[in-house]
Design a protein around this ligand. Structure first.
Ligand SMILES: [Zn+2]
Length: 154
């Protein structure tokens, strides 16, 4: 456990395991603390975690580009599973037109349905790769502006 003392305030910073980070993310909770309320709406992420104060974009304007990659991977996985499943179930005479339309609709639904999960999962992966330090958490909670500090990079 990391504890940073800044002024008169100490930040207790428990470290979640990778399994905890991913489980919390897949439940649409803050990967760092497990708190609820990260989303103002289905597509709108709050700026901070209401429980721990972590900036959900970690202070980077283009932070969620990685989430788009995760969403793309989820949709490609849906495509792969659907096409293989349909072909396997209907072999030797697969209805290619039906497979095309149904798979297309499922991919569109998956793209929309996976969107919030892609964001929280990306945040969890980033926290696993670049763990939150007490100094960064202090910066998040103090509300410093983007560009005020350099975040640790890999
Ligand atoms: Zn939190």
């Amino acid at each position: 456990m990391n504890v940073a003392i800044s002024g008169t305030r100490a930040i207790d910073l428990p470290r979640a395991s990778i399994a905890q980070l991913m489980t919390r993310a897949l439940r649409l909770r803050c990967p760092h603390c497990g708190g609820k309320g990260l989303f103002a709406s289905f597509f709108q992420l709050e700026s901070h975690c209401p429980s721990c104060g972590l900036r959900l974009e970690r202070g980077e304007a283009d932070y969620f580009v990685g989430a788009y990659l995760f969403n793309l991977l989820a949709v490609e996985l849906i495509l792969f599973v659907c096409v293989c499943g349909f072909v396997f179930l209907t072999w030797p005479d697969p209805p290619w037109n039906l497979i095309t339309y149904v798979t297309g609709l499922l991919m569109l639904a998956g793209c929309i349905g996976c969107y919030p999960f892609a964001k929280t999962t990306w945040l969890a992966v980033d926290l696993a790769i670049r763990p939150l330090t007490p100094e960064e958490m202090q910066w998040h909670q103090d509300g410093g502006g983007v560009g005020d500090r350099e975040l640790p990079h890999i």
